[in-house]
Write a protein of this length. Structure first.
Length: 369
């Protein structure tokens, strides 16, 4: 039995009729950029993030970078970002011209550590980018409080967390703005690249929309230096078809997470991801456990036709592109540990019980050998 990390084909089979009809319609209209479908998607996405402004764009990295630019974050400014995340989170700070200041993460949640943020705030700090990593909501009460106290922008990187909630409220609606990616493998993915910003601030929304559209709000009136960053019509339609299914997919993933938990909780050598209590709802973009025997376990599972991933094998402060900072492992003890211990198990809505059982029994066998 083969168990992939994610099975986009299985999802496509389930919604094939609607997807094919939507794509055929766009092909017939041969209208590939803009149009009412893109605006309709932006409306539809509010059922996920709540009331506010949705600005669609070309990918999740762009959405964050344009947000920083729109907030005038630039040379001389510092932005605090987690040490353990996908590179986009710190990359956008550099492309905006500012300096990324890494904060360590908490071992349990793998999300940014509030204690370490406090140590990193200086007079130059302008913003904190918090990532709801793997779909686990970051510590939003503390983040909101800290950013208010220090007059900082809180930007939520929700690329892995469409559908996660914190105290019943969708993540992405707590900070100044939030960023979403619709890369195919995300909770809500299109069939190519896509992204969006969400904000409740109308002026900021307008500025970001302008930035992504060559600095214009009306054609040939270029008010500011912009760029081209748009979600194409096909992707917008694919996303609109998928949105009504998102909640059900996440519910399924929560069932799978609980099943993994039940099956694996007896193994002492693993740290399992926390199942959420009342106040937080996890969307399980990834199901990530930790073990000191990570590499051997991964190799063993591979032999059993079980695909696993490592998110991420090298924490950002230790990447060659940041070597100028001269960061040491002891500066980020948790991130340094996670890079050696994290393992992402197969996780997607369409996983069958037999597949889950195969993963659980293989892991159990590995630790009993
Ligand atoms: C995927 C991802 C992004 C950006 O996504 P793209 O759409 O590929 O640009 C940003 N941050 C995190 C944490 C991600 O996982």
């Amino acid at each position: 039995m083969i168990v992939p990390m994610i099975d986009l084909h299985a999802q496509y089979q389930d919604i094939k009729k609607e997807i094919d009809a939507a794509i055929t319609q766009i092909l017939e209209e041969t209208s590939f950029i803009g149009g009412p479908e893109v605006r309709q998607f932006e409306e539809d996405f509010k059922t996920v993030v709540g009331a506010g402004h949705v600005i669609s764009c070309a990918n999740g990295t762009d959405s964050m970078e344009m947000t920083l630019k729109a907030l005038n974050i630039s040379a001389g400014d510092e932005v605090i970002v987690p040490a353990h995340t996908w590179i986009s989170t710190s990359e956008v700070v550099v492309t905006a011209g500012a300096v990324p200041v890494f904060a360590d993460v908490a071992f349990d949640s793998c999300c940014i550590s509030i204690e370490d943020i406090k140590k990193k705030i200086t007079t130059k700090t302008k913003a904190i980018i918090a990532v709801h990593l793997y779909g686990h909501p970051a510590d939003l009460d503390a983040l909101v409080q800290l950013s208010e106290e220090h007059n900082l922008h809180l930007i939520e990187d929700c690329a892995q967390a469409h559908g996660s909630t914190y105290k019943g409220q969708p993540v992405g609606s707590f900070g100044t703005a939030s960023s979403f990616s619709f890369y195919p493998g995300k909770n809500l993915g299109c069939y190519g690249d896509g992204g969006a910003v969400f904000t409740k601030d109308e002026q900021l929304a307008l500025k970001i929309r302008q930035l992504g559209n060559h600095g214009q709000l009306t054609k040939h009136d270029h008010r500011i230096h912009g760029r081209n960053s748009r979600l194409d019509t096909l992707q917008a339609r694919v996303l609109s078809v998928k949105i009504p299914y998102l909640k059900g997919w996440i519910e399924k993933k929560n069932e799978h997470a609980a099943y993994y938990h039940e099956g694996l909780k007896g193994i002492k050598e693993i740290d399992l991801p926390t199942l959420m209590g009342e106040n937080r709802y996890h969307s399980w973009h990834l199901y990530v456990l930790k073990t000191k025997k990570r590499d051997a376990l991964k190799a063993y599972l591979q032999e059993q036709d079980i695909q696993c991933g490592i998110h991420y094998p090298k924490a950002l402060p230790f990447q060659p592109c940041y070597s100028d900072f001269d960061h040491k492992k002891t500066d980020f003890p948790v991130a340094a540990r996670l890079q050696d211990e994290v393992l992402s198990l197969p996780m997607y809505a369409e996983l069958e019980k037999e597949q889950l059982d195969h993963v659980i029994s293989s892991i159990t066998t590995f630790f009993e050998r």
